[in-house]
Design a protein around this ligand. Structure first.
Ligand code: PHE
Length: 378
């Protein structure tokens, strides 16, 4: 207990130094960020935070916005349900954030969105793909595509490229993201003439998946769709291999973390997933971003969550600039009017539902790395 308190305190000092700002009051424009910097989805939170931080530092080096410095205040929700509302309330009422950046996980964005909506604080999610997030209200935006699209992309890939007719679906029932993506995938796959031969559930954070995987094996699918997050997926792949399941596993953007490769090793080889961008894509915007990120973060290659974190911050500040104000209604309207904004992860145009309409990419785990296969336009 004592240890934990100490390490949390140390962490917050580290974070303060890291973000270059601890408390508001410098007269700058305060932007709040909530992220899973620790806990089970930490690699996602750290990536999106690093991308966000790089964007804010770049903007401040170029003079900030509206003649002021941008103060990024970052809070950790520890990947825990219930913690996001605490930190978001604090960022709004105590710190005076004029806008909010976050989160990667849909379940946590869904926790923050009603608070931001009620307070009239525009929120931009970098990577939450569940449709319900922006349905909360007209102050909630995202810079990524949504799961009806992502689910269809993978359904078509499984039908056309893998030529699978029978698929099993293995869903994390604790996650809004997983449940939504499973549903949209199934709809697309059945529409393509495919058959869902098994539907099994798990709870994110489980360690033993053998009972469900045995049932899945018995249904002899041609492929298994697992819309989970990287740690669970790695364990599922290991146990599937131990059970002699040799068909491809497929999933979505929850897979894209180095941790999937570190834990899953050869058990994740050959499997496929959809995500938001490929760091080895040849576009000039991607190349420049990858170089800047590597320079700032000790040679680390940015994943999709890093790229989306960067895009979310740049996109928000562009709207502040266009609004000519940090006032909530003017900022909301400028965000809603965003069109053809050139981001690292592609062009962002905000539609009537306040979602970004963008392409997805499909990657495969190949020789211990993520290999770019194809881009799918909306
Ligand atoms: N796009 C996913 C979501 O909306 C990203 C994610 C997946 C985050 C799995 C955490 C866990 O939730």
């Amino acid at each position: 207990m004592h240890r934990r308190t100490l390490s949390l305190a140390a962490f917050s000092i580290f974070l303060t130094a890291f973000t270059g700002c601890g408390k508001s009051g410098g007269g700058g424009i305060v932007i709040g960020e909530f992220a899973s910097l620790t806990g089970k989805e930490a690699t996602f939170g750290i990536s999106s935070h690093e991308g966000t931080l790089l964007a804010i530092e770049t903007l401040n080096a170029a003079g900030g916005v509206l003649g002021k410095n941008i103060e990024l205040l970052t809070e950790d929700n520890q990947s825990k349900a219930g913690e996001t509302s605490n930190v978001v309330n604090k960022l709004i009422s105590k710190d005076g954030a004029v806008a909010m950046l976050g989160e990667v996980a849909s379940s946590r964005s869904l926790e923050a969105a009603p608070i931001c909506q009620e307070s009239g604080i525009p929120m931009v999610s970098p990577a939450s793909t569940n449709p319900k997030v922006t349905e909360v209200g007209d102050y909630i935006f995202r810079v990524c595509f949504i799961d009806p699209f992502q689910g269809t992309v993978m359904a078509n890939f499984v039908t056309k490229t893998l030529k699978a007719n029978k698929v099993a679906v293995f869903t994390d029932v604790k996650s809004d993201y997983s449940k939504g993506l499973a549903k949209f995938f199934k709809e697309g796959f059945v529409k393509n003439g495919g058959q869902i031969v098994a539907e099994l559930d798990f709870n994110g954070g489980d360690k033993d998946f053998k009972a469900q995987l045995t049932a899945i094996k018995g249904a002899t699918p041609d492929a298994i769709f697992v819309p989970g997050y990287y740690t669970d997926v790695a364990l599922i792949a290991i146990q599937a291999k131990q059970l002699g399941i040799a068909v491809p596993l497929c999933g979505g953007d929850g897979w894209e973390s180095q941790t999937l490769l570190d834990i899953g090793k050869d058990a994740v080889e050959g499997h496929y997933f959809s995500t938001h961008y490929a760091s080895d894509a040849a576009s000039p915007a991607v190349t420049a971003f990858v170089a800047a990120y590597k320079k700032r973060f000790n040679g680390k290659v940015p994943d999709a969550m890093a790229a989306l974190g960067y895009d979310s911050a740049m996109f928000l500040v562009d709207a502040i600039k266009r609004a000519g104000s940090k006032e909530s209604k003017a900022l909301r309207d400028a965000l809603a009017a965003s069109k053809d904004y050139e981001a690292v992860t592609g062009k962002i145009s905000i539609n009537a539902q306040r979602d970004a309409v963008k392409s997805a990419v499909i990657l495969q785990v190949k020789d211990g790395k993520f290999k770019y296969l194809e881009t799918v336009a909306p």
